[in-house]
Design a protein around this ligand. Structure first.
Ligand code: MD3
Ligand code: FE
Length: 213
């Protein structure tokens, strides 16, 4: 009998939310982390601020690809350049474009890869991602480094939520009815991974921003 090699189908957490646990091997995680470190040398992490108040977020961010998400007193937006250097964002590594093609189920390439960097005390409050013009495209999230406790709800802030862990190498795809789900990071479980030298967690989110022509 020939052996049939099948891609993992992933675990459906709720309609449209699919978790590919341990999708990346340790070797792939190290290669990807190396590429992200190199990109962050070109486009350093910055601390976004809340619109209007200017209150800093606890997460530091940068971006890869043609567009990047930024937030400051003026508001949230996507832009083509780093807010401090004014230079274009570094290219997205090919392995992220390949991953998107494998799990995203969407014909056009991602335009933004938001890099979120969490130290042991950083969190992200419950929010929706709605600064993109195209909600028909999925968001693909890749976790590296320390595990986090992640919270996922429905499309209304008051909908019930469930929480689960995201570990290094896990890939989460948010599509369809989960694309506009409320979600956040409750806490980082410090010391759960050796991937990032100084500890902490890096999350990459691949996104479409504009409507594919
Ligand atoms: C569910 N990042 O960058 S990734 C964000 O771990 C963000 O850094 C978190 O929320 C992090 O906006 C969560 C998983 C994720 C990303 C986008 C989603 C879950 C999502 C969009 C809709 C629903
Ligand atoms: Fe989000």
């Amino acid at each position: 009998m020939p052996v049939r090699i099948e891609a993992h189908r992933g675990l459906t957490i709720q309609p449209g939310a699919t978790l590919f646990a341990a999708r990346l091997s340790r070797f792939e995680q190290e290669a990807l982390h190396g590429e992200i470190r190199a990109a962050l040398a070109e486009a350093p992490l910055f601390r976004p601020e809340m619109p209007r108040t200017g209150k800093p977020l606890s997460v530091r961010m940068s971006n890869l690809g043609p567009l990047g998400w930024v937030s400051d007193r003026a508001g949230y937006r996507y832009q083509a350049t780093h807010p401090l250097s004014g230079r274009p964002w570094p290219d997205m590594p090919q392995r992220l474009l390949d991953l998107w093609a494998e799990v995203g189920g969407y014909p056009a390439a991602p335009e933004a890869c938001l890099v979120n960097s969490y130290d042991a005390t950083a969190r992200m409050g419950l929010h929706q991602d709605r600064d993109e013009a195209d909600f028909s495209a999925p968001i693909v999230s890749v976790s590296l480094g320390d595990t986090c406790r992640f919270r996922l709800g429905g499309t209304s802030r008051t909908d019930p939520t469930r929480s689960f862990e995201l570990a290094s190498g896990d890939v989460l795809v948010l599509a369809g009815p989960s694309r506009l789900a409320f979600h956040g990071v409750d806490r980082i479980l410090a010391g759960t991974s050796t991937l990032v030298a100084d500890g902490g967690r890096i999350n990459l989110t691949l996104r479409r921003v504009t409507i594919a022509g």
